[in-house]
Design a protein around this ligand. Structure first.
Ligand code: NAD
Length: 283
């Protein structure tokens, strides 16, 4: 297995910028690809903000290390050039299967034969995309969480076609960049974390929407009963209420009722969570 030295990240949005920065911070050569100059200018801003965050929050980020991690990242809007020397490509483009298939199809022809491809998709299974890569044995999901420097899980999930040696190489890479690898033995929508979290959050919303208990009571029960530091409504405030709303509103009738409760009681009143200053709690 060729050593991973050069890493290319596709997409410089919320997650792509964080992944690229984290990989650069840990000493790898990183190329960040996005569609045009405007996106790349926004990326440069994101890297500078991340440098400031790391300086404030991450041990060992002082003495110019945080700034160097940002300035070392090569930015490119030329896809073929961006993947030409890549040992690993991590895809973090918008959550749209057709778009991801298109970009994997392109780099499948442009990247060297040894290059490993990984998708950071939260909701699409790697088997849905593997054919488009032209190299299903060298393809898997590598899923980061928002605020990678703090919530440092890296969920790693292959398909039936993923070469076990590729899986191991990506597990080792995740460790090297300061992540805690979470290995899935087979494909699962939601990986480990969201398989646990989403039902918990939905059950909490159902307790509130059904009038069984108010959010404070639900959270207090969860905290005391499990020793967890936060209850589900506190977590929902951090995530932002639009995210569960957008998922629930596309679900079955029960889910739609939960979405309607979130909308009428909170979202329509501008209570979107921590980011808006108020959600289930005031901040
Ligand atoms: P985002 O919208 O913030 O960023 C997407 C980026 O992709 C943008 O910079 C955009 O310019 C770029 N882009 C658009 N079209 C492109 C194309 N054709 N080729 C290359 N780049 C293109 O999205 P995000 O929140 O960073 O999510 C990206 C992926 O990461 C998704 O698959 C999502 O499921 C996953 N993810 C997101 C989070 C999260 O909390 N936001 C967490 C884990 C995983």
């Amino acid at each position: 297995m060729a050593e991973i030295r050069n890493v290319t990240v596709l997409g410089t949005g919320v997650l792509g910028s964080q992944i690229a920065y984290q990989v650069s911070f840990h000493g790898f050569a990183v190329t960040s690809y996005d569609i045009d100059d405007a996106a790349l200018a926004a990326a440069r801003d994101r890297f500078e903000k991340l440098a400031a965050t790391y300086r404030a929050e991450v041990a060992g980020a002082g003495d110019g290390k945080a700034e160097r991690a940002a300035s070392r990242i090569t930015l490119s809007s030329d896809l073929a050039a961006a993947v030409r020397d890549a040992d690993l490509v991590i895809e973090a483009v918008p959550e749209d299967l057709a778009l991801k298939e298109k970009i994997f199809g392109q780099i499948g022809e442009q990247a060297p034969a040894h290059t490993i491809f990984a998708s950071n998709s939260s909701t699409l299974l790697p088997s849905a995309m593997k054919a488009s890569t032209g190299r299903p044995d060298r393809f898997l999901a590598l899923h980061f969480a928002n605020q990678v420097w703090k919530y440092n899980t890296a969920e790693i999930m292959g398909t039936d076609d993923t070469d076990p040696a590729v899986f191991r190489a990506v597990v080792e890479f995740a460790e090297t960049i300061g992540m805690v690898p979470v290995e899935l033995h087979k494909e699962k929508a939601g990986y480990v974390l969201n398989s646990l979290l989403v039902p918990l959050l939905n059950s909490a919303i159902a307790l509130g929407a059904g009038g069984y208990a108010d959010p404070e009571t639900v959270d207090k029960t969860w905290r005391i009963g499990t020793g967890a530091p936060f209850g589900p409504f506190q977590m929902l405030d951090v995530i932002g209420l639009n995210t569960p709303f957008n998922i629930l509103v596309h679900g079955d009738d029960d889910a739609k009722r939960l979405a309607a409760w979130l909308k009428a009681g909170y979202i329509d009143k501008g209570k979107l969570g921590v980011a808006s200053g108020e959600g289930f709690y005031k901040y």
